[in-house]
Write a protein that binds this ligand. Structure first.
Ligand code: AMP
Ligand code: ZN
Length: 135
């Protein structure tokens, strides 16, 4: 995708409006316009990458640090009781904007958000086989 067609590149370049809450040499953090929780924000690298699979490792590290700073801030300033950091990589995982980003999702005691899966106990043999394939 050409960077001029990427909405997050355009936000990073200040060509599109956003409620920016923090920025540094490598990252920009801004409010999500369709929030899933009060204070839901996104952290992006300034440099374009599609997602977790191709992001520059130094940009990934910078995004992780910026997300940690924002997580601390949503606790201090918004009174969040917890935080989920969420990344969706590729359409199968629900990615809709193809510029790497991490969601900083403040959580509040008793809120109605749930995990996107239903935990079910694994078959130990299958776990061992999968682990072997991943080593
Ligand atoms: P994902 O579905 O993980 O790719 O997340 C993309 C996120 O970007 C969604 O939560 C959208 O609400 C958010 N989003 C899309 N366009 C904008 C925008 N112009 N400003 C802020 N957030 C946006
Ligand atoms: Zn981009």
């Amino acid at each position: 995708m050409a960077e001029s067609d990427c909405i997050f590149c355009r936000i990073a370049a200040a060509e599109l409006p956003a409620q920016i809450v923090a920025q540094d040499e490598r990252t920009v953090s801004f409010m999500d316009i369709f929030p899933g929780a009060v204070g839901h924000a996104l952290v992006i690298p300034r440099a374009h990458s599609r997602n977790l699979l191709d992001v520059d490792p130094d940009d990934l590290a910078a995004v992780a640090l910026a997300a940690q700073r924002l997580a601390v801030r949503v606790r201090e300033r918004l009174g969040a009781d917890g935080v989920n950091l969420i990344n969706s990589t590729e359409q199968a995982a629900g990615q809709t904007v193809f510029h790497f980003h991490v969601h900083v999702l403040p959580r509040y005691d008793g809120d109605s958000l749930r995990l996107p899966w239903t935990p079910a106990e694994a078959d130990p043999a299958q776990l061992a086989q999968l682990a072997e394939r991943l080593r």
